[in-house]
Design a protein around this ligand. Structure first.
Ligand code: NAP
Length: 334
């Protein structure tokens, strides 16, 4: 048989195919193994008994695994979720597995300013303290954009403006619970974007997927400016990248790209349990009690790009965000 001008015997073809297949599978296994051993692990076993921890988006993905671990550490865990059905199923599963009955589900849709206000009012009424607030929830669209009920681009509304407003509304109770922590799940993908301070509500202006990177960049600016403003209050603020994780965040990748994407996420991305490690490290590690304004990946502090350290830009984004979330004179200021 003639293949690309070479004379290849018929019996050689299955051998070549078998060799290539074994080579490819070995490569996949090696990459998978590399992903497993290069993953940071939260090593401390600190109990969180007596601590009240709010975690947004805890009904699935990284948030659910974070909630599971914190429940195992005996924290009072408040799962702030928009889908009460899946949240209740997750609560039941975690409660049965960990024996922790102090897990509460509360309604929160970060894409709605009113829902954020309702959630915060409920928390301020029912909770005596907030020791840790974990901004975990996030969403990404693919090509087609969307707008929130408040007229804000939906990815920015959910990933940045909702958490921004929520932090303001809860800050007095967090400050009254010191030492307290605010943990912001951002993404290393921020490096693919830039934030235009003159277009902080970018409705219809970019492919929707790009706005996910912008929103994660906004998370980092928010974390740094919040840390600066809360310096000396006993409340620390740190942001993090959880790794590339096989979670629901990829669910909006459209057909037919969803199939290769699925192969990549299943083959090479970390599990949601691995994805929760850096959040857990930043939320619980005793050595980070006084550490604020830092960025973490694989349970280690990492550097940010020079642009992400531009505090003047962080301040401008903050000022514009105050206007977009319609903070009133009677709302707490930070
Ligand atoms: N996966 C990755 O590779 C990766 C990489 C870097 C950063 N991150 C970040 O990690 C965080 C967790 O994401 P994930 O990977 O675990 O994705 P996920 O499986 O899709 O989980 C996201 C969670 O956020 C919730 N959520 C989305 N929109 C919401 C809204 N409007 N109000 C309240 N909750 C909302 C989702 O609830 P529903 O079930 O109702 O949708 C879900 O519980 C996100 O901030 C994401 O940006 C992920």
């Amino acid at each position: 048989m003639n293949v690309f001008g070479l004379d290849v015997c018929t019996v050689c073809i299955p051998i070549i195919i078998a060799t290539l297949t074994v080579g490819f599978v070995t490569l996949l296994i090696a990459l998978r193994f590399y992903v497993a051993i290069s993953c940071g692990v939260c090593k401390n076993n600190r109990t969180m008994e007596g601590k009240t921890i709010i975690i947004t988006g805890a009904n699935g993905g990284i948030g659910k695994e974070t909630a599971r671990d914190l429940a195992r550490r005996k924290a009072r865990v408040i799962m702030a979720c928009r889908n009460l059905e899946t949240a209740e199923a997750a609560r039941k599963e975690i409660s049965e597995e960990t024996g922790n009955n102090d897990i509460i589900v509360k309604k929160l849709d970060l894409g709605s300013l009113q829902s954020v206000r309702d959630f915060a009012a409920d928390i301020l009424k029912t909770e005596e303290r907030i020791d840790i607030l974990i901004h975990n929830a996030g969403m990404a669209l693919a090509f087609k954009g969307a707008t929130s009920v408040d007229g804000i681009e939906l990815t920015m509304a959910t990933n940045h403006y909702g958490p921004f407003l929520l932090t303001h509304l809860l800050i007095d109770k967090i400050k009254a619970s010191t030492p307290a922590r605010i943990v912001i799940v951002a993404s290393e993908l921020y490096r693919l974007a830039s934030v235009n301070v003159n277009k902080l509500n970018p409705v219809g202006s970019f492919p929707a997927a790009y706005l996910y990177y912008v929103s994660k960049y906004a998370n980092i600016y928010f974390a740094r400016e919040l840390a600066r403003r809360l310096d000396g209050t006993g409340v620390t603020v740190n942001s993090l990248h959880p790794g590339m994780i096989d979670s629901g965040i990829w669910r909006n990748v459209p057909f037919p790209l969803n199939y290769p994407m699925m192969a990549i996420t299943k083959g090479f991305f970390k599990t949601t349990k691995q994805g929760a490690q850096t959040t857990l490290h930043v939320a619980t590690d005793p050595e980070l009690e006084n550490v604020s304004g830092k960025y973490y990946m694989d349970c280690k502090e990492r550097g940010l790009s020079n642009a992400a350290q531009d505090m003047e830009k962080a301040r401008k984004i903050w000022e514009e965000s105050i206007k977009l979330v319609k903070l009133t004179d009677s709302d707490p200021k930070i």
